[in-house]
Write a protein that binds this ligand. Structure first.
Ligand code: HAM
Length: 422
């Protein structure tokens, strides 16, 4: 019978056995951030709608077309978070976290929501791992943030991607560029809607997917040519430090990020095998955001990596591990005495740090052995009346087919030495 219910359109789901990859990816992405002193932030999934309209920006697709907004029972407008940075800043301001040692370094992971048209790699509920470093403007900090993403991605075995960087400069750089860009756009034959969009943020036209607009924007003035000497110096330093640390990158002056808060260094990790949804992660500086949200004038830089796309990219590169066994031991107890011993044995082995399971339900040996196979258990142990009496048994290695005689009382240490030897 097919279920009456289906998941809402366009959400990504992870279930066994493949959900083990999700955990593995989050763990590997977290390690370089933990090693660099970033600490966990676990934030609400919904926030005041205005946090995003003000923070992410009213000219963006994210705000104009993609937010899941609803009224709560008291008539407040709330929105499912489309991204993580605005929420982090809200929490930093609300709890005065910027009054401690700077930079404040935090990381987060979890679901995000955008009502986009679903397709491979583009979901309405998706997952990000992100970090933010708040309160210091220093090119070394920019490179620390970029390298944490780069190391995380590389530690997953991925190689077929490019790190693209650019700079959006400071306010003076953007003002100078904006003037020229607005003059350039004024001469283009645009429809009303596009012109209105451009009047809210002219940079958005660089992001337009239509071929006709792309062609028109080809000769448009580029921000990178308008950097003030201070912004240019910062960007040069970032490139120098990246090179000194052997972090491969390309400068892409055409890069447009989909969120309005960016300033200065911005970057994206573009995967070569993902087709249209090729951005596996991105980020940059947002030196005005905190002030816009009512906090002090502190800077920030961070990134968000798309966990769903990273898993897809790993599939394409064939680097998703196939051997992450999750079950070390499966125990089959036969008869009441066997089942009693099996249950306590499994509890003991679990306490020693092994992942162990046992056959539930009074099943025949053959069926229970099949269960061990299906679960991909490393070892299997059968406990019948004889084993209970003798206090020993035969541990079978399911990958090699070899058996090892073990004393039940010291099963955990036998498992440990067998795991070490192979
Ligand atoms: P973003 O570029 O909008 O940046 O998203 C980061 C990553 O999330 C993207 O590169 C992509 O891999 C993934 N992603 C975004 N939308 C979807 C979707 N609909 N389906 C699947 N994956 C998606 C941000 O969100 C910024 N908050 C990053 C940041 C942090 N900047 C500074 N700090």
């Amino acid at each position: 019978m097919s279920s009456k219910f289906q998941a809402p359109k366009g959400v990504s789901e992870y279930f066994p056995p493949d959900s083990i990859h999700f955990d593995y990816v989050v763990d590997r992405l977290s390690r370089p951030a933990l090693a660099a002193g970033y600490r966990l932030m676990e934030l609400p999934i919904f926030e005041d709608t205005e946090l995003f309209t003000r923070g992410v920006g009213e000219s963006t697709d994210v705000v104009t077309k993609e937010m899941y907004t609803f009224e709560d029972r008291a008539g407040r407008s709330l929105t499912l978070r489309p991204e993580g940075t605005a929420g982090v800043m809200r929490s930093v301001i609300e709890h005065g976290l910027d009054r401690g040692q700077l930079p404040l370094k935090v990381f987060y992971r979890g679901p995000f929501f955008r009502a986009e048209r679903p397709q491979a790699g583009r979901y309405r509920q998706f997952y990000q791992f992100g970090i933010e470093a708040i309160g210091v403007i220093d090119p070394y900090l920019d490179v620390e943030v970029i390298s944490i993403a780069d190391q995380g991605i590389r530690s997953l075995g991925m190689r077929d991607f490019t790190l693209q960087i650019t700079s959006l400069g400071d306010n003076a750089s953007r003002d100078a560029h904006r003037k020229e860009l607005v003059a350039f756009i004024a001469k283009l034959p645009l429809d009303d809607e596009t012109r209105q969009r451009a009047s809210r943020n002219p940079l958005r036209l660089f992001d337009d997917k239509r071929e006709s607009i792309r062609e028109m924007m080809e000769p448009a003035p580029r921000l990178l040519d308008f950097l003030t000497s201070e912004s240019a110096k910062h960007f040069d330093q970032v490139q120098r430090i990246l090179k000194e640390n052997a972090i491969a990158f390309e400068v892409n002056p055409k890069m447009v990020r989909g969120l309005d808060y960016y300033t200065g260094t911005t970057f994206e990790f573009v995967h070569h095998k993902l087709g249209a949804q090729s951005g596996i992660g991105g980020g940059g500086r947002y030196d005005g955001l905190m002030e816009v949200l009512g906090g002090s004038a502190l800077s920030g830089i961070g990134f968000g990596l798309g966990i769903d796309r990273i898993i897809l990219a790993m599939q394409e590169e064939k680097v998703l591990p196939t051997n992450i066994g999750y079950l070390d031991l499966y125990v089959i107890g036969l008869g009441e005495a066997g089942r009693t011993r099996a249950f306590s044995l499994v509890a003991d082995v679990r306490r020693q740090g092994f992942v162990a399971d046992l056959a539930f339900g009074e099943r025949a040996l053959k069926g229970a052995m099949k269960g061990a196979d299906r679960l991909g258990a490393r070892f299997v142990l059968v406990i019948g009346e004889d084993e209970v009496t003798s206090g020993s048994g035969e541990l079978k290695d399911l990958s090699s087919g070899q058996t090892h005689s073990v004393t039940l009382a010291s099963l955990a240490s036998s498992l440990a030495s067998l795991s070490r030897n192979t």
